[in-house]
Design a protein around this ligand. Sequence first.
Ligand code: GLC
Length: 654
Amino acid sequence: MYEQVSHSLLNRLLDNLDADIRKHDLHHFYLRLGANFYAIHSLFHHLYGTRADFERQMLRLIEVLARHDLARNAELRQLDREREDNHNWFLSQEWVGMALYCDGFAGNLKGLESRVAYLQELGINLLHIMPILKCPRGASDGGYAVSDFRALDERAGTLDDLRSVATDLRKRNMLLTLDVVVNHTSNEHEWATRARAGEKQYQDYFYCFENRDIPDMFEETMPEVFPETSPGNFTWDEDMGKWVMTVFNSYQWDLNYSNPAVFIEIVDIILFWANQGADIVRLDAVAFLWKKIGTTCQNEREAHLILQLLKDCCQVTARGVLFIAEAIVAPVEIAKYFGEDAVIAKECEIAYNATLMALLWDAIATHNASLLNIGVRSLPNKLDRATWLNYIRCHDDIGLGFDDNDIRLAGYEPLAHRRFLVDYFTGEYDDSPARGQPFARNAKTGDARISGSLASLIGLGSALDEDDPEGIEMAVRRILLLHSVIMSYGGIPLLYYGDEIGTLNDCNYLDDPAKANDNRWLHRPRIDWDKAELRYQHGSVEQRIFEGLQRMIAVRKSIPAFADFNNRELLDTDNPHLFIFMRNDPFQTGDNVLVVTNFDNAPQSLDLNDLRNRGRFAYGQVRDLCSGESPTLYHDTLVIPPYRFYWLSDRPSY
Ligand code: GLC
């Protein structure tokens, strides 16, 4: 949009750009800057407009954008262009992701490059490499305490190794996702070191306080993220003689975004990684970006404005690069990270679907899809050009982040139900085969979250120990059932490394003092490649899971109805064990698909005639697109075996 005030400022800024920049031909850059400038200016002004150095800070910001624009290589520019022309590219069903720790998966980046073929064998074409930046030797929150945003941890490899992985992935038409930890740094980061040494400029990068007055005011309303290991939200720094805000671990210092210099540093860092070849940047802990006394310091409006501003800036210089919002917050809040009142994403194009994840685990524990059915219906609609990252497990704990009201509607009492779920997954509950552990128990609130690998939580570990073939079969089915939902629901499925071969809890972390007090390491395994070889051994657990997923992924990619164009219709059924929905082909060239999942350990039935009468599903002979089988119907009733799923085509000609 053209608007005089902002454009007269733009004229001044362009006149004052560093001579180094001005000598280049930047006409494409100017074009894109001009297109986004009104938004950039409005947001920057809203956040920092009262400062005397406002204009100088804006100039610095524009210079950062210009410098990265100049540094962006031809191949990446070409990709930007292609993605602009084909702007719905990331909504396609062709993408299937995996998140992994580079060291646990393959030792280091070189090792990872040699294992890319394994990922391709499974069908993965989007790779999220968990943090590999320089971080402290001891505790580093799994790399989320970064001590240098531009240098790799030498255990992972060199920047050249990473560029080589990025180039290799690009050749294979695979996407690279990297983390940028935007909310905090390690206390060993140069900014923190200089703050500690007394440099006021760097103390302003963080929230530092001489005494407890303000920290105590904040504490009145701020929850605790790691109540057991890092209680409270402030840490006393002896060298600095000040309290510093540390929402996560005491060694992770929260960045102060009310200082524009911090914002500009982070833009600089994001664009640096975009120029190293990241297709997608995962923005960590975005809900926490703005702190305000009297609030929980999560999901504040300014946190959204910062994300909008980051997006607008990134679009000027690296418009093909997408953002993932890691905001593990209440269902109504999550969808806001796409941006509100918009059609296309104006904050992050992709967001973790933490609600679906938690609801799926609820259905596993209860053998009942009631809360799942209610919970997904109360998730706000997402924007047209935005998509979910659907997942079952990740490197973090499982938070039971669904709505209390929904729990009541499903017929449970919220407190007791949450307690049941924690007991169930930690094996405290009598009938439970799960082997998780409680994470971050909060004695004050009674809250707890859950750690453990997919296979251990789902009961595979206990069935294997008991040598119980029936239990093993059911656990394998549950693993495939959960994946069948994330593959078909709409959005990008993100698998977690090791789950494809049924990796159990890994207790080795207990031997490492830097990890021993954080049981999320239970499910951050070192891959046993001998075990992975068993995927070729017919009848092995590894083969059943790996091949099941491999087939699912291949079939997903061939079904246009699984692309994410808001083409999902949740269907009611009076059978509480079933979760069913329709995926309509947005291009009307292929099948519409009825997804049917049974979360019970007994067979369940679905009256297809009822769906037909409601105009929801036309069928001739029913065919499951995943298995290729035609389940038999009895009087128009489909019988779904325990923990089975079907992807049923409605094409009568089958
Ligand atoms: C994110 C990461 C988590 C980390 C936290 C603090 O939530 O996923 O692993 O502990 O941020 O950086």
